[in-house]
Ligand binder design. Structure first.
Ligand SMILES: [Zn+2]
Length: 141
């Protein structure tokens, strides 16, 4: 695997720690949307005013820009990701290269996974995220 695959996601990093003591790695995402961090939150018992029980957060690791989408059902994740992918292409002229999540990519159903594969978007399983942390620490010592 090439070096770019191991770009560091500090959202995963911060999600897995109880305090922020680690300096940022120098292997952060190299350009906007080369790595996005997605998480699905919920189901919340008390819905939003619009009747949503879930929200999907998408972070562009390069810029730290965050998009938050309210969902009535987690099945809407597919539509939100497809729309987000199209928005990145149209508004920024860029392609999303990799997706990661604190919770692996378990929240992504088969339909989402097929979409990612079709668009050559790589998902990063948690084991690689942990490997990245180790690589980051090794580099510093
Ligand atoms: Zn991440």
């Amino acid at each position: 695997m090439n070096k770019e695959f191991y770009e560091y996601c500090d959202v995963c990093h911060r999600g897995g720690q109880t305090r922020s003591t680690f300096p940022l790695s120098d292997s952060r995402a190299k350009r906007p949307f080369s790595l996005i961090h997605c998480d699905l939150w919920g189901r919340y018992h008390i819905p939003s005013l619009s009747g949503c029980h879930y929200f999907l957060s998408i972070v562009d690791v390069y810029s730290s820009a965050i998009w938050v989408f309210l969902l009535k059902d987690k099945i809407e994740t597919f539509e939100k990701l497809v729309n987000f992918h199209a928005m990145v292409k149209t508004q920024f002229g860029l392609a999303i290269q990799r997706v990661c999540s604190d919770h692996g990519v378990k929240f992504m159903d088969r339909k989402v996974q097929k979409f990612l594969i079709k668009n050559n978007i790589i998902t990063r399983p948690p084991v690689l995220i942990h490997l990245n942390k180790m690589v980051g620490r090794t580099k510093k010592s």
